[in-house]
Design a protein around this ligand. Structure first.
Ligand code: K7E
Ligand code: CUA
Ligand code: CA
Length: 626
């Protein structure tokens, strides 16, 4: 066939496809199920009008907040669901020009030593819990790229703590203790390394190991680390507070792809948090190098862990919202393994064998990666290779495992394409409500207008409130949301303006007080050797100082307090040719430090649109020649 002919056929195919979808748009999602997933093009009009009967019109508010990881882009994104509108971006492990994240002193304090890294790889966002329910206080997320864990304060939607985990490399799986509350953030370090990693054992992989880490959610200090056999991929906690389970795809401790696939089975390692705490309290730990963190040995034979064999190279691990099961997703096996949590005390008592905790192993399709739940006994598993979501019934899968003839598969729905995580509304809590399912598809291929060789990904929204899953929305996203979490809008209450005594800028306030400055009033330059601190206020459309003078070579800190009280009235401060830019929201104080290395006149201007005279909101830094 000639290339022209091929193109023509492709065009006809596409026209047909579009015609179908126009019909679908009028008929609504209810009728569309018979047309198949491909026809659900009305979704591109940002509509979600499925069984839930919801359409979010302009000016209307969404019922759910969604927090998306930004993958190797490094941030967290806030979306409204079901509209899938992007509401906000929260810089975490990235540098952000608009807010000044990574530039301001306040953000650099949060970043600490790791401010030298300009990148990150954010995978798993999870919201703090009290008694198995989201409490809306914090969101935690891992950085695989630079071995960090960050905390976002959900009242101000800013990252307020970042901790680098010592002695390990590449934090991947991250989950929170659910019960009695989020005391610990559990974080899996994926890649085994020599201990201590100071040049010893380079060629002796047998001596490498990795560790399971618990971080205190309030102090954000590492509470303890547990050495494991193999490696660690994903993790989740139970609803008793005692057990956490992690998948291991590299029981072989292989150093190459082929090595990691040699064994027929890998495992799920279960951690007994109570036993670990008791061992730490009893002083049964060591420390490594100059890190003070207690390190315990949880390798095979330890009383702190148990290793449950599962089919090779498992990936996601997800606790069912009824608290009954850990489900490990097969990846290289078409199955998932259902582990009964109520059998784990017996396992730790050595009353049963590890495999006796597996009560079901349903075959779902090719490449199961992650499972989520509707709170009605059904599970939804992404099938990466099949490009589908399989809806299946847990109780029926257990019956089938026990020899009954029962079909546990409820439905398979095509998604576009190659899904990784999926996430149902409130699924990680006791309140799993089975309304919406987000599927994070790694490939979008032909679903959107082409934008060059780099394609967006495709986050699809599926209505799961009825018997059948219904695809209602395509949402293109920039690289690479690995995961997301949904909670009801009423479970969060973000601030509308800053409070003047917010700890986020407490250190800056303390510095001002030491300089005899009242931030809410003073516009002054304070000199301290070659360090100059410039304090000013802002009220639309003016800075408190329209000029200030420094000497070439001075280290200048500009501190701005936004006195505007009006909601949404954010100012900026951008100093031309100095790489300086930041946000100052209503009642916020923000600061930035730089060297005035060039004599002359340097204009600064407000870069957040604030007023009709926003363009005129400017000032000059006058730098005298040294
Ligand atoms: Cu991409 Cu959760 Cu890091 Cu699976 S992970 S897909
Ligand atoms: Cu102030 Cu724009
Ligand atoms: Ca393996």
């Amino acid at each position: 066939m000639s290339d022209d002919k091929k193109r023509e056929l492709k065009d006809i195919g596409r026209r047909h496809f579009l015609r179908n979808s126009a019909v679908t748009g009028i008929a609504g999602a209810g009728l569309a199920s018979g047309l198949g997933a491909g026809a659900m093009m009305q979704s591109r009009q940002a509509r979600a009008a499925g069984e839930n009967g919801i359409e979010v019109a302009p000016g209307e508010l969404d019922e759910y907040y969604g927090f998306w990881s930004g993958g190797h882009q490094g941030e967290v994104r806030v979306l409204g669901v079901p509209s899938m509108r992007e509401l906000m971006r929260i810089p975490v492990f990235n540098v952000d020009s608009a807010s000044g994240w990574g530039i301001t002193n306040e953000s650099r304090r949060v970043l600490g030593d790791s401010a030298r890294f300009l990148n990150g790889d954010a995978h798993h966002p999870h919201i703090s819990m009290t008694d198995g329910r989201y409490d809306g206080k914090y969101l935690f997320i891992n950085d695989k790229a630079n071995t960090r864990v960050a905390r976002i304060r959900l009242d101000i939607m800013k990252t307020d703590k970042i901790t680098t985990i010592p002695n390990v490399q590449a934090i991947h799986g991250l989950r929170l203790q659910k019960v009695p509350h989020t005391k610990y953030v559990f974080a899996n370090a994926e890649l085994p390394i020599p201990q201590i990693n100071d040049g010893r054992d380079l060629e002796a992989p047998d001596n490498y190991y990795t560790m399971f880490n618990a971080i205190d959610a309030e102090s954000m200090e590492v509470a303890w680390q547990v050495i494991v056999d193999g490696n660690l991929d994903n993790t989740d906690a139970d609803y008793t507070g005692r057990f956490v389970a992690s998948t291991c795809y590299n029981s072989e401790k292989g150093m190459t792809l082929a090595d990691t696939m040699r064994a027929e089975r890998d495992w799920v390692v279960v951690f007994d948090v109570e036993a670990i705490e008791a061992a730490v309290a009893a002083g049964q730990h060591e420390t490594l190098g100059d890190s003070p963190v207690p390190v315990l040995d949880g390798r095979k034979g330890s009383k702190l862990t148990r290793y449950i064999p599962v089919p090779k190279n498992p990936h996601g691990l997800n606790t069912s919202p009824d608290g009954q099961y850990f489900i490990a997703n097969g990846k290289l096996s078409p199955t998932v393994s259902i582990i009964a949590i109520d059998k784990l005390p017996e396992l730790f008592d050595d009353a049963i064998a590890p495999r006796d905790t597996v009560v079901g192993e349903p075959e779902l399709g090719l490449g199961p990666l992650h499972t989520t739940y509707d709170g009605r006994g059904n599970a939804y598993t992404t099938l990466f290779i099949d490009s589908q979501v399989a809806k299946w019934n847990i109780a029926d899968a257990i019956r089938a495992y026990n020899g009954e003839e029962v079909n546990y598969i409820r439905q398979k729905l095509d998604v576009h394409y190659q899904p990784g995580h999926n996430h149902a509304s409130l699924t990680e809590s006791r309140d799993a409500d089975g309304k919406w399912l987000v599927v994070l598809s790694k490939f979008s291929k032909d679903r959107f207008l082409p934008v060059g060789p780099l394609h967006p990904e495709n986050d699809q929204l599926i209505d799961i409130s009825g018997e059948q899953m219904k695809l209602v929305h395509d949402g293109p996203t920039y690289a690479e949301p690995h995961d997301c979490i949904l909670l009801r809008a009423d479970q969060l209450s973000p601030s509308r303006v800053w409070t003047r005594d917010d700890p986020f800028f407490a250190e800056t306030r303390a510095m001002a007080e030491a300089d005899g400055i009242t931030l809410e009033r003073d516009n002054k330059v304070v000199r301290d050797g070659n360090k100059v601190r410039v304090y000013m206020t802002s009220i639309a459309p003016q800075y408190g100082l329209t000029e200030f003078k420094v000497k070439q070579g001075d280290e200048v800190t500009v501190v701005i307090t936004n006195l505007d009280q009006v909601e949404d009235l954010t100012h900026g401060f951008c100093l031309v040719n100095h790489g300086v830019s930041m946000e100052i929201s209503p009642q916020q104080t923000a600061s930035v430090t730089f060297t005035a290395d060039k004599p002359g006149v340097h204009w600064y201007y407000c870069n957040w649109f604030c007023h009709a005279m926003h363009m005129e909101m400017t000032g000059r830094m006058l730098v005298e020649k040294a």
